[in-house]
Design a protein around this ligand. Sequence first.
Ligand SMILES: NC(=O)CC(=O)C(=O)O
Length: 283
Amino acid sequence: MSKTSNIMRLALLQLKGSKDKVANVQNAVTKIEAAVKEHKPRLITLPECFNAPYGTKYFREYSETIPDGYTSQQLSNLARKHQVYIVGGTIPELGENDAIYNTCTVWSPTGDLVAKHRKMHLFDIDVKGGIRFKESETLSAGNDFTIINVDGHKIGIGICYDIRFEEMARLYRNAGCEMIIYPAAFNMTTGPLHWELLQRSRANDNQLFVVTTSPARDTSAEYVAYGHSMVVNPWAKVQQSASEGEEIVVADIDFSEVEQVRQQIPVFGQRRLDLYATERKAK
Ligand SMILES: NC(=O)CC(=O)C(=O)O
């Protein structure tokens, strides 16, 4: 598909969650309606696990099938009604063989499901005096890379912990992506240390836009999200950033910046591919 425009307006919705799934989804619906009315974005992004509490004991209870589940249907209707792309954060997905995935759905302006990305790297960490989390206690990992095409621009999709794996971002770059979108929910241990650093690293290494959308911080929640949803440009500069609370971040992406940095700092063509490689394995 040829590029119809180099400018794309995004709206990142940093939303506060609760244990009430319908209330969470309705909050997203209200904020999507507001973002469309006030800012007319082409593409809207939502946070990781926006319809459920983020915790291994909750994933099965809140899980839904895709695309016929309640949350999917709401997002599909909104995308069609407002003719926008929606990168629908993530929800716990009830998949085949009763497996549960942490899954991002992407909806086109016709309301069609254009992609479904299942978190590939499960968030299993144990930081002494900080946080222990083991997604693998209840979740299964996805095995597929996901690239969408919006107005001729290739955009890779990853989910939260996926951002720590440079190889995945590099594969997206190798496939021609100009942006990677990560719905994400870092926490109060890793957020201050790594949130911005990782985004700027992936943007710098691959000379593309990095976009993250986090839940708003709720200090009464069992898992306290860091917030600070962010857009980093291909120069690795923070273009826009939210604070901790509920917020709509509006960013006008100028995709011509991708070509500018790639021309001016041409590391991609200077790699020693005679000595090393990052390759996708056949499944
Ligand atoms: N929640 C995640 O998947 C990742 C995270 O919080 C981190 O990497 O830190």
